[in-house]
Design a protein around this ligand. Sequence first.
Ligand code: PEP
Length: 249
Amino acid sequence: MRQYFIAGNWKMHKTVPEAQALAQELVKSLKDGPNKYMIAPSFTALDAVSKIVKGTNILLGAQNMSTDEQGAHTGEVSVLQLKDLGVQVVILGHSERRHIYKEDDAMINKKVKLALAHGLEVILCIGELLEEREAGKAEAVCEEQTRKGLEGISAEELKKVTIAYEPVWAIGTGKVATPEDAEAIHAYVRKVIADMYGKEAAENIIIQYGGSMKAENCAGLLAKPDIDGGLIGGAALKADTFTPIALCK
Ligand code: PEP
């Protein structure tokens, strides 16, 4: 039986005091929660939030990291620096990284390998654009991003990978995929994992849904057999909106 994994991506929001206040509220509200949790503040707030979530049931996540361990990469943050701050999970291949910052599958794969080599957990984001869905290519796009994102990753390493299916047209738009449409892709991606790693790995891998997930729609999505949690953007910015999702059983 897979445990739900509910993760909050705070994106480029919140000053340090605001991030501290939200983290403190979540530590209280999720203390006895039934699921696995992660929050990913901006880089600037990682240190402060790390001190608040340390020793709690909330993992500390980062929203991105460099392809390289160190070196001449102005403006980038390395896996070693993230680990220094107590980061345990890193979100890679988020659609905003793919589409605004033009990260491709090869670059994302390099990051996935580096994060896993340093013992971090990875949330690998995949998802199709609206025009790809309308052209009937949603499964093919998600399959390609999954296969290329995981190229060279062993079955043992896969145990530290979560996949987040995030249809790009549903992110931050208020347009949520129907539970049926989301489930179809989740089941398909699980089949791809079975083909790559075998049945047991496919049964065990957590596949989150992301895209305008809220208290009002999370129960319907999470009731589907292949939807194992959520990667939440907008609704993760307030304890009042994140907590009801996080407590969903
Ligand atoms: C996200 O950015 O990963 C996301 C799912 O955002 P939102 O919940 O705001 O759609």
